[in-house]
Design a protein around this ligand. Structure first.
Ligand code: CTP
Ligand code: CA
Ligand code: CA
Length: 651
């Protein structure tokens, strides 16, 4: 927790003069080797692709790097490349506006699914078919996967390698263990640990200038100067930046993508650093610069503080500035906000974050969805959509290795929305034989049939189909048992009691409002920076969503915990986090699904605009995302040449 984090004062021991020993100990070095989340020498990087979807299209189309390009989805723009941003374009502008401001812009519509197709395709007339087609973000998902695979290939193998896909275009790297190896190679003096006393301080690193190449360095805290000798944490960051520079270069060479990166002592600071300078730049937030860097932000820009919690803090303390909050004693934060939140906030504004970089590669569920404006009214229409959903999901299942029986989903779920009411029906996917499109389509039709039998099927405003409950396939016959239906499963449908017969809003309020935290701060909060409401974060690391517009009930499909039962079943020891967008505690294991839901809902809102014709309103995401990184100048931290011990005396 925050108070136990062993960051030591960095001023020279005894004041003035050169310290004889490092602030760090052999124990710390040992923790570094283990990628321990409490290690004060820890080094985390976040790599975020520049204008990701736009770059995907640039590479696919083979346009020049200087060519302005935007990615279109129906009547909206969802990605703008950097050359186009120079014309003042952002995701908020309409297509007409974009073409006015930048006549040479290439506007590429995303790929779409069309009935009867076996695969998505890029089509000239895509935008005209909003009522009959649905978008596919698969091309970007594939590129995302390719680049993740490349990053994993570049870095040393596990357990040294720790890579976490954070969103479709972001990846966290815990570089600690790798840096530990490099440190020992370059500084053999560190190898001779006095085994009797791990608390002994390390010798100081050589006081030579660290070469930061073209990296952006965040200015140091006011109590620090660039004349101070570097300690091992500076050296660690320096090696980290070298590694990340190398990774970025290889990505550039092999995949042609540019990306930006943040390098810092934890995920929260790395994420913040990555947004500091774009495109194609990396920013280092040294430990000695953390406080300075953070104090330039409004705390409402901090992840989880953008919504109601942030408002509550603003109300309680009458300020939006991190700097003001820093003056408030933890006791006072706790008394106004509660113990958990108060303690969490106290740590967060001091740049403390012990959350782990963890590899999650397995997809948990896949969803394909469409909202209908106007609503649809016949089984025939619905079946046409089901066929598209099935083709979409099946192509992703193939990608996931379902044909080779590597992994296969256990359940298929249909969500049906009419007005404010969503009904869900679920069936097990029979085991024992290969999943194919016909099986899935038949199941989907059965599910729809159940909705219809219940009555109130039409008009239907939204349909979505999902598969989930993935299991590792076992090759050969041995595995078949696992997939065979148990006696009860033979019973026709398993109806989710969820919101079937009630008009409960999508986010059931029947979840416990407060649950025990497990590790990082108040109720499971582990990711910190607001990225705007809809960045597609979390996309497809655990679940795959293809929704140009989707009303996605937040059903925990995998663990068969039904929303109605949530209070009993979820209460105990399940990590939760507080969703910034809706301020609901969400099961940690459903995080990606939940974030995707918001993402999709925002897309839907945007589509609604598109359908209603151009308006001045804009998707909610980018403004937050922009202001997060946009204020470099206003914060008075423009790049300064003399940084990073460049003025150190040699020898
Ligand atoms: N995205 C989207 N709608 C949003 C936010 C993001 O469709 N409101 C998609 C974008 O098309 C984008 C990708 O998700 O390419 C990654 O988002 P993000 O990293 O926030 O933006 P980028 O476009 O990559 O731009 P930047 O260079 O600022 O990271
Ligand atoms: Ca990006
Ligand atoms: Ca991103």
């Amino acid at each position: 927790m925050s108070s136990s984090q062993p960051f030591l004062p960095s001023s020279p021991i005894g004041g003035g003069g050169r310290r004889k020993k490092s602030r760090f100990t052999y124990k710390h070095l040992h923790l570094l080797a283990q990628s321990s989340t409490t290690c004060p020498l820890r080094c985390i990087a976040l790599i975020d692709y520049d204008a990701f979807y736009a770059q995907c299209e640039m590479v696919r189309l083979g346009v020049a790097e200087t060519q302005p390009l935007a990615v279109q989805q129906w009547q909206g723009l969802i990605a703008i490349n950097y050359p186009a941003r120079e014309f003042g374009l952002s995701r908020h502008v309409t297509i007409t506006e974009a073409k006015q401001k930048c006549p040479e812009i290439v506007v590429q519509h995303v790929a779409t699914w069309r009935e009867g197709d076996e695969k998505w395709a890029y089509r000239e007339d895509a935008a005209k078919h909003i009522h009959t087609d649905k978008v596919s973000l698969d091309p970007y998902r594939l590129e995302s996967r390719k680049s993740l695979a490349l990053v994993k290939e570049i870095l040393p193998p596990a357990p040294v390698q720790k890579v976490e896909k954070a969103s479709i275009d972001e990846v966290f790297l815990d570089l600690s263990a790798q840096i530990h190896q490099i440190l020992l190679e370059r500084h053999p003096e560190l190898q001779y640990a006095p085994y009797d006393d791990p608390t002994e301080n390390l010798p100081l690193p050589p006081s030579t200038a660290l070469n930061w190449e073209a990296d952006a360095l965040i200015d140091l805290d006011s109590a620090e100067t660039e004349d101070d000798d570097p300690d091992w944490d500076d050296v660690v960051m320096n090696i980290g930046s070298e590694i990340v520079r190398g990774v970025r270069q290889i990505i550039r060479e092999r995949l042609k993508y540019t990306c930006s990166a943040g390098i810092a002592r934890n995920k929260m600071m790395a994420k913040l650093g990555a947004g500091y300078k774009k495109p194609n730049q990396q920013t280092i937030v040294r430990n000695r610069a953390v406080q300075h860097f953070l104090s330039g932000f409004k705390f409402t820009k901090i992840r989880n503080l953008g919504g109601k919690l942030g408002e509550q803090v603003v109300d309680a303390f009458n300020t939006e500035e991190v700097t003001d909050l820093l003056k408030i004693p933890v006791e006072q934060l706790k008394s106004k906000l509660g113990d958990d939140t108060g303690t969490w906030l106290y740590g967060i504004i001091r740049g403390e974050d012990n959350s782990e970089v963890n590899a999650r590669t397995q997809i948990k569920s896949m969803l394909s969805a469409k909202s209908f404006r106007p609503s649809i009214n016949t089984t025939e229409q619905a079946n046409r959509w089901l066929r598209i959903f099935v083709a979409d999901i099946f192509s992703r299942l193939v990608e996931e290795g379902v044909l080779e029986n590597k992994r296969r989903p256990k359940t298929i779920t249909l969500h049906h929305r009419q007005g404010g009411q969503t009904r869900s029906k679920q069936l097990p996917i029979p085991g024992g034989k290969k999943i194919d499109e016909t099986i899935l389509f038949e199941l989907a039709k059965t599910l729809l049939g159940q909705v219809i039998v219940d009555g109130r099927a039409w008009p239907c405003a939204n349909l979505s189909l999902a598969v989930g409950g993935f299991e590792e396939g076992v090759l050969g016959n041995k595995g078949i048992d696992m997939f065979l239906l148990k006696g009860d499963d033979a019973k026709a449908a398993l109806e989710l009691p969820s919101r079937s017969n009630t008009a409960t809003p999508i986010h059931a309020d029947d979840q416990p409002s407060k649950r025990r935290k497990l590790h990082d701060g108040p109720p499971g909060i582990t990711r910190f920076f607001s990225k705007g409401e809809s960045t597609g974060e979390g996309e497809d690391s655990e679940e795959d969503i293809n929704a140009d517009d989707v009303e996605h009930p937040n059903l925990p499909e995998d663990d068969a915990v039904l929303p109605n039962q949530a209070p009993e079943l979820l209460q105990a020891d399940i990590a939760t986090y507080l969703c910034k967008s809706c301020q609901k505690p969400i099961n940690e294991s459903d995080r990606h699904e939940h974030e995707d839901w918001h993402f999709a809902r925002d897309l839907q809102a945007r589509d609604a605009e598109a359908v209603q014709g151009p308006t001045n309103s804009r998707p909610p995401g980018p403004s937050t995302a922009k202001s997060k990184r946009g204020g470099a100048g206003t914060r008075g931290r423009g790049s300064k040449v003399e940084k990073g011990q460049s003025r150190l005396a040699f020898g």
